[in-house]
Write a protein that binds this ligand. Sequence first.
Ligand code: HEM
Length: 407
Amino acid sequence: MSASAGNAPAATPAEVDPFDSNSEARYDAFATLRARGPAHTVPSGQRFFVHRSAVEQGLKSVDHFVGSFGDVGQSKEEDTLLAAIAEPRHGKIRKLFNSALAYNHASQVEPFTRRYAEARLDDALAECRRAGGTEIMEAFARRIPSAVIAEVLGIPNDRIDDFARWSDEVLQRQSQADGINAPIADLHPEFSSYLEARIDERIAAADPPNDMITRLLRAEVDGERLSRRAVLTQTIFLIVAGNETTRNLLGNLIHRLAEVPERYAALRANRELVANAIEESLRFDSPVQLLARTCTKKIEVGGVRVNPGERVLYSIASANRDERCFPDPDTFRLDRPRPRDHVAFGAGPHVCPGAFLARMEARVALETLLDRVARIELAPGHAFDPNPVFWALGPRTLRVRLIEEGS
Ligand code: HEM
């Protein structure tokens, strides 16, 4: 249960570690902080914003902040991830992402996503019949996002497994000492070489495919083309940004449906609730828990003054449990009014360009399960096995039993 202002437990701001996205107690601690005010100084010395209104305002204030967990302004632009590029240049590069991930384009990959999810479910069901259960992250949830991104990028399907593994290894290396400040293109030579070869094929081709990589190569930003290295940086970023997050969404969703069988049964009885279940999962178990910004121009956020050079943290996890916006915030509800009213995809000009794709993948994955699986059960003795990425929330592994219709 969440604490309210009146009966708040004695968590102090110093006890809240925003970089521990897996601590069981964090939601109670966030509730205590929210009752005390919009922002708090945490042990890392950073200001930590917990009110939904302040988080949203801060994320939208792109003329006052630059985004990154690392040191801002240290790397060359061709090594800077889209999320950390300042306006107005960010907006110009972002247009390319929008066009490649837009509704029409993403809709085209839905039939592929369904075929792929069905094939993965075949394997998972076969494993359940044979061994009595399956590790559903490995068998199903982890694979779908990387397959879909490979398809969007025009990468052959036989590299899908490598894609998922490479993307994980990039994140692991980023989390190691000073990895956060290292150019993403240098973190994984094997992955980078593979993508460089795909970039070079498109540079050499007379009629390259109209995919994301070609668009990045051909576009002019401020009268100049992006360098080969910049295209590589943004391509790796896109793969990593879309993989980790969507996999966590699928894992969190399956976890909550297996945890309370009535939820899964309700979706089986009424498919119109599928969209609500996805949005409620995004709110309740936000795959991205935390965003970081460095202030470039003084501003008040939620009435709190932030000065240039200050690094701040915006808690998406807390914003999405803010009782000012969500009645009964610590209950997972399939009938929540305005289910999309969360900030799981961020807010403002950096809001996630892959949101449509992620929602489509979650819907297709869930529909595939609902079509063929009567019940999902957590493995006996289940204990949540958290993904170790500090800004993320999701299961690293999730052992379940899938019970087929009629069995
Ligand atoms: C459930 C799945 C997803 C979640 C929860 C999620 C969440 C987010 C959030 C919170 C941001 C804002 C970052 C910031 O303001 O600093 C973001 C940005 C971004 N996301 Fe996603 N994302 C998801 C899926 C995807 C997918 C499928 C893709 C692409 C295939 C993608 C690509 C990106 C990119 C490129 C950015 C940077 C945008 C910019 O800075 O303008 N995401 N995402």
